[in-house]
Write a protein that binds this ligand. Structure first.
Ligand SMILES: NC(=O)c1ccc[n+]([C@@H]2O[C@H](COP(=O)([O-])OP(=O)(O)OC[C@H]3O[C@@H](n4cnc5c(N)ncnc54)[C@H](O)[C@@H]3O)[C@@H](O)[C@H]2O)c1
Length: 282
């Protein structure tokens, strides 16, 4: 897709990968509609981007609420008359081992990481099909390509996003329309993802104080801080939209290795072992 003058909607646009991609798209003359649950952070980002000459609006959006995502689409149509790219990127990571994670934490995490993507698809794909132009980018993770200890709920949400994106790819192929989809599967990236608790409903914070969850959070913080810069991910996202590329693998070596190890495991080889620090390097 030629990006100049197009309109992109980015969820989770006030921080990390979403913000870096907003800057990347702004430099390519893309109109921006940013949604984020953190209103103050979003306002600041919108002001800063406008100061740099970008055409951008922001709308407080909780992606777990379908009406909020529909309102984000309608804001894009009202302000710019169109939407061409949706980046379903907002996400959270907190606690979440396969054993012992409270149901309330599971529900919260899935409502953002999975329902948020579903709401984005429901709001934008019919529009893209109707106008016969559009591109969807869904943020999954390396955690959507292989299981990891202590990350059961996060991995479940990200495997779901990969499966959903692959299914959408097949459906779009059958539709014959000029609408594309990409799935973003990064390893660790230096963002605020390890501080996701900031967006957790207050009543859930105490559920997340389990010692195992705390230990995992500390390890994740070390890995995130050793990760790649979000601008590298943003460049890969822009390239995938321009070239209609399905897999976005900023940590390509780790993604391919994980997948090869799973294949060997399926064929009767040794079980895959998760390599935390390996997932920090491209
Ligand atoms: N940072 C990493 O190492 C990494 C690796 C793989 C995948 N990811 C994924 O990348 C995506 C972006 O995360 P990030 O790393 O930039 O983290 P981040 O915390 O810096 O940014 C996430 C943004 O999403 C927003 N958000 C959270 N809940 C929301 C909700 N309910 N509705 C709307 N906005 C909400 C936050 O306010 C924040 O601005 C997430 O889906 C995350 O799972 C991150």
């Amino acid at each position: 897709m030629e990006l100049d003058g197009k309109t992109a909607v980015i969820t989770g646009g006030a921080s990390g990968i979403g913000l870096a991609t907003a800057k990347q798209f702004a430099a390519a003359q893309v109109n921006l509609v940013l949604g984020d649950i953190e209103e103050a952070a979003l306002e600041k980002v919108v002001d800063d981007l406008r100061g740099d000459g970008a055409h951008v609006i922001g709308l407080r959006t909780d992606v777990s609420v379908e009406d909020d995502v529909i309102a984000l689409r309608d804001a894009a149509l009202a302000e710019f008359g169109a939407a061409h790219v949706v980046f379903n990127n907002a996400g959270v990571a907190a606690g979440g081992a396969a054993i012992g994670t409270p149901t309330a934490i599971w529900n919260w995490l899935l409502s953002v990481n999975l329902d948020g993507v579903i709401h984005g698809l429901n709001a934008f794909v019919p529009l893209f099909l109707e106008q016969n132009v559009g591109h969807v980018v869904n943020t999954a993770s390396l955690a959507g390509l292989g299981g990891a200890p202590g990350m059961g709920s996060y991995c479940a949400s990200k495997f779901a996003v990969v499966g959903l994106s692959e299914s959408l790819f097949q459906e779009l192929l059958l539709s014959g329309k000029d609408v594309g989809v990409s799935v973003l599967c990064p390893g660790f990236v230096k963002t605020r993802i390890h501080e996701s608790e900031r967006n957790m409903p207050n009543e859930l914070v105490s559920c997340n104080e389990d010692p195992v969850a705390r230990m995992i959070a500390e390890m994740a913080t070390t890995a995130v801080n050793a990760g790649i810069d979000a601008s590298e991910v943003a460049a890969a996202v822009e390239n995938a939209v321009r070239t209609n590329k399905f897999w976005i693998l900023p940590h390509e070596r780790s993604a391919l290795r994980t997948t090869e190890l799973r294949l060997e495991w399926m064929r009767g080889g040794p079980p895959m072992r998760f390599d935390l620090m390996g997932a920090t390097q491209p």
